[in-house]
Design a protein around this ligand. Structure first.
Ligand code: PLP
Length: 461
C-alpha cells in the first residue's frame, strides 16, 4: 500500500517516506491509497493488544517493512505501562464502558501513537545509519509522550518547545525532569501558536541539521500515530463484544487525530454506530458538525488544556475521505481560502454528517459537574478531558441504542489542581507522577523572537 496527499500532488509515497516526511509537500495530509479490510473472524481469535496490533499495523507498513520485521518491532514497541495488556476497560453501567488509555509512562493516550512512531523512527534510522532531530511544540501531552518515547534511542535528539500557557505543573515537569543527554526541553516565551510557527519555520529552513540528518515531526498529523490509535478501537470491540455488535465511541477531541483513528477503524470494518466528537469551549468542530461552519476563532483557555485548539489539524482527512470521497482537487479548493474564510461544504454533502457523527461542546462548569457526578454516582474519578466526553454522552443518552465507550485520554492525577477544585480526592496516584513533582527541573529558556532556538539546536546537535 502506498500513500498520497489529501491535496493530490504528493503521491506514491511509501510508509517510510510518509513516516519521515510527516506533512505532504503540497500542504496536505497523507492518506493510504485504500482502506485495508480487516478480517473480523481472524481478530476474534486474538487475545492481547499486541495480537491485535500485529494484525493491524502490517496492513499499513508493507511498502517499507516486511511483516516479520514489523511483528518483531511490535514485541517491544509499547513499554512501561502499569496495567496488564496496556489498557483497562472499566464498566460504568450496562450502557457505558470507559476505555482507559492513560496507563502508559506519561499517563495520556498519546503514548500509544508516539511509542509506535519512535519505534519506526529508530528502525528506519538504524537501517539507513542516520540520526534525526525531533522538533515540536506542545500544549501539554504531546511533548512528554514524544520525549519519553524517543529518549531510549541514541539516534534521536528531541527538542521540544514548551509555551507559556495553562498546562499543568506535572505535564511540564514530565518534560523538564527527564535529564537525558538526548532530550532538550525549551521554555519559550510565547503562546502555543507562536511555538508552532517557529517549528514550521524550522522545518522550512533546516539550517541546524547535519548533512544527511532527518528532521522528524511528532505532531498528530503523522500517519504512524493514527495507526497506533486504530489498534485500540479494534481491541475495545474485541474485548467488549467480540466485535459482534456496534459500539458508539465518545472521544475528547482537539486536533481530531483520535477521532480520525476511530473513523479509520470503521472504514476497515469495525462495527460502529456513532462517533461523538466531544469538545470543550474551543468548538470549531461542533460548529461544523451542527451548522456546517468551520471557522477559526481565538483559542480559549479551559480546564482541558490538551483540547485547546483553534483549528483541528487532522480534520482535513475527514473532509477529504468522508465528505469529498477522495476528490483531492475539491479538497485543495475547500482548504485554499481557509482560515481566512470559513469552510462550508455543499449542503447535500454535509447532510451525511448525521449518519456517523454527533458533536457537543462542554464548558468548564459542566466539566467539573460531570467529574463530581461520576465520582458520586459511580465512584469513578476522571480527568477533565475524559469528563468532556462523558458529559457529551449524557446529552445524547436517549438517542444512543448501542453501548457507548468513553475514551479516557489522561490519568486524573495529571491535573491535581482541577481534581481539587472539583472537590474530589484521588486515593492513588501513580508513583511515576508523584515522583516527577519532587524532581529538579532542567530546561533552557529561549527567545522565540529571533533565531535563538535554531542556534541552540545547532550547538547541541
Ligand atoms: C491530545 C489530547 C486530546 C486530544 O486528542 P486529539 O487526537 O488531538 O483530538 C484529548 N485528551 C488528552 C488528554 C490529550 O492529551
Amino acid at each position: 500500500m502506498f500513500f498520497h496527499s489529501t491535496r493530490g500532488k504528493d503521491k506514491n509515497k511509501t510508509f517510510e517516506e510518509v513516516l519521515i516526511q510527516g506533512l505532504a509537500d503540497d500542504g496536505g495530509l497523507f492518506m493510504p491509497d485504500n482502506w485495508p479490510e480487516v478480517d473480523l473472524d481472524y481478530l476474534r481469535k486474538q487475545e492481547s493488544f499486541i495480537d491485535v496490533a500485529k494484525y493491524i499495523v502490517p496492513l499499513f507498513t508493507k511498502s517499507s517493512f516486511n511483516d516479520d520485521e514489523v511483528k518483531e518491532i511490535l514485541n517491544d514497541t509499547w513499554h512501561d505501562f502499569d496495567v496488564e495488556d496496556f489498557i483497562k476497560i472499566s464498566p460504568i453501567d450496562k450502557s457505558i464502558d470507559i476505555l482507559e488509555l492513560f496507563h502508559g509512562p506519561t499517563a495520556a493516550f498519546k503514548d500509544f501513537g508516539l511509542q509506535l512512531a519512535a519505534a519506526f523512527f529508530n528502525k528506519s534510522l538504524t537501517k539507513q545509519n542516520k540520526t534525526a532531530i525531533v522538533f515540536g511544540a506542545t500544549s501539554g501531552d504531546t511533548g512528554s509522550a514524544a520525549i519519553d518515547a524517543c529518549k531510549k534511542f541514541s539516534s534521536i535528539k528531541s527538542f521540544i518547545l514548551i509555551p507559556n500557557g495553562n498546562m499543568s505543573e506535572i505535564q511540564r515537569k514530565q518534560m523538564t525532569t527527564v535529564k537525558k543527554s538526548n532530550v532538550f526541553p525549551i521554555l519559550a516565551d510565547g503562546t502555543f501558536d507562536d511555538c508552532q510557527d517557529i517549528v514550521k519555520q524550522g522545518f522550512k529552513e533546516r539550517s541546524f541539521l547535519k548533512e544527511d540528518q532527518s528532521l522528524l515531526a511528532v505532531n498528530s498529523i503523522n500517519w504512524v500515530r493514527i495507526i497506533g490509535q486504530i489498534c485500540y478501537y479494534f481491541y475495545a470491540g474485541l474485548k467488549i463484544n467480540q466485535l459482534y455488535e456496534q459500539l458508539n465511541f465518545s472521544i475528547p477531541t482537539g486536533n481530531f487525530g483520535n477521532v480520525f483513528s476511530c473513523y479509520a477503524a470503521s472504514k476497515m470494518g469495525l462495527p460502529l454506530s456513532k462517533i461523538i466528537v466531544a469538545v470543550n469551549r474551543n468548538n470549531i468542530l461542533e460548529r461544523f458538525f451542527k451548522e456546517n461552519d468551520y471557522s477559526k476563532t481565538d483559542v480559549i483557555e479551559t480546564i482541558s488544556p490538551s483540547m485547546d485548539i483553534s483549528v483541528a489539524s487532522n480534520f482535513e482527512r475527514l473532509i477529504y475521505d468522508f465528505y469529498l470521497e477522495g476528490n483531492s482537487s475539491l479538497c485543495s479548493e475547500v482548504y485554499s481560502k481557509f482560515p481566512n474564510q470559513p469552510i462550508r461544504i455543499d449542503k447535500n454533502i454535509w447532510k451525511k454528517t448525521s449518519k456517523l457523527f454527533l458533536s457537543y461542546s462542554v464548558d468548564d462548569a459542566d466539566t467539573y459537574e460531570c467529574m463530581r457526578l461520576f465520582s458520586k454516582k459511580y465512584d469513578y474519578i476522571m480527568d477533565p478531558h475524559t469528563a468532556v466526553a462523558a458529559e457529551a454522552v449524557s446529552q445524547f443518552y436517549k438517542t444512543l441504542d448501542e453501548k457507548t465507550v468513553i475514551l479516557s485520554t489522561a490519568h486524573p492525577a495529571k491535573f491535581p489542581k482541577i481534581i481539587d477544585k472539583a472537590g474530589l480526592h484521588l486515593a492513588d496516584i501513580p508513583s511515576r507522577l508523584s515522583a516527577v513533582i519532587n524532581k529538579d527541573e532542567i530546561a533552557t529558556k529561549l527567545s522565540i523572537l529571533d533565531d535563538s532556538v535554531f542556534k541552540f539546536i545547532e550547538q547541541n546537535n
